[in-house]
Design a binder for this molecule. Sequence first.
Ligand code: IMP
Length: 502
Amino acid sequence: MAQYCNEPSRTFNEYLLIPGFTAKDTRVENVSLKTPIVKYKKGEESEIQANIPLVSAVMQAVSDDNMAVALAKEGGISFIFVSQPIESQVEMVKRAKAYKAGFVKSDSNLRPDQTMQDVLNMKAKSGHSTIAITDDGTAEGKVLGLVTSRDYRVSRMDPNTKISDFMTPFDKLIYAKDGCTLSEANDILWDNKLNAVPVIDDQQRLTHFVFRKDYDNHKSNPNELLDAHKRYVVGAGVNTRDYEERIPALVEAGADVLCIDSSEGYSEWQGETLKWVRDRYGDTVKIGAGNVVDKEGFDYLAKAGADFVKIGIGGGSICITREQKGIGRGQATAVIEVAQARDDYFKKTGVYIPICSDGGIVYDYHMTLALAMGADFLMMGRYFARFDESPTNKLNVNGNYVKEYWGEGSNRARNWQRYDLGGDPRMKFEEGVDSYVPYAGSLHDNVNLSLNKVKSTMCNCGCISIKDLQQNGKMTLVSATSIVEGGAHDVILRDSSQNAIR
Ligand code: IMP
């Protein structure tokens, strides 16, 4: 006989946190949001820990190399989307890994036989006034000189003047040697009163520039998440179809952690993919799996060797799986049950497998709830899609700025592997929509504000770490009427835009 679960499954909106005792030193600045990403044995530490419990979704509209760098700067991890050819995903991983905080690839390069007019055109196009002059006009060419706005006067010079006649030539150039640290390059900037210093290798080739303004930005990211070689930590999605080619290429490119991206992960496909990774790489390659929504799904993936397990079916903002197929589970109930399974597994085996709540975070307080319910970290799509750093277009729709955001199961993404269970390929159906989300500005500002709210709520609960919150948080179900009581009510708001503030 089929099984019934007659308790309704719940969403985050149906719970509130109950405050605990707040001691005087339970203050926002004392709260740590450091959290394990991959499994570890009792008494040991997770080999990958994030400084904030946020990761960005394996989606075309969310996670490219630009997002990966922006999020790693704040202490989180992006999983670069898998629904693209292996080569382009590898390029994204490489670019994110090659990004050295404060070291910038030159985007304005010319040859010495070009003219002052070319300099002016390039400056108008890029908005940058520091131009590297290389033998082949590329960002990796042999450096022959440098042009800044101090080297020419538009009013006094013929636009056809050759760059070689007015550039600062290599023998007069002040530069930093490839391999120097950011602070050494910064000393050169300051000692010589420069705004930019080129970094040059021992074959006189350009590697980067260091700009004075970027050094200041770098210093303002105390939480940045770096690997052992001081490169940003980067994740990448994989699927259960081309993993034998994709995973080696991503590992070679330097991806720190992988995640099998699938709408439903309690499957033999995932078991086989995990086994293949363990057979080939042992524990050296870190890979999460999912998505599941119950104990059985967690136990299956845990035994199959997953480094973390992702939870969530049907709760994503762009997701129509529940409407199309009638499968899924309220995200709060799924997290609570899987967290219990994780704790039982830990007691039984001494191995802690972190769990990730994926999708359905709408308000910042949902983050705190998901963590209190047992999630070790949170994957979000809609949240990150709203920022400058997401890969999609910013548009003005009816007077409001929006960004595009589409599901991996939409016709636009056509990520059919994520949902593939065989059958006639002509009968594919969508499990996601193509949409807009309100544009919200920079990732840095938004993440810091959201996490400040999370920390502040944790202080109300008397908790200064995620573990503490998971063990000591208290939550209550709320009735539909008390949800109404929770917003501003029975008053006329002076500014109607406040209706949207949470
Ligand atoms: P959000 O943070 O609520 O926008 O949810 C993002 C999550 O939705 C992703 O991490 C995926 O797990 C899931 N997702 C992405 N694309 C689709 C889709 O097309 N259909 C269903 N779920 C999707």
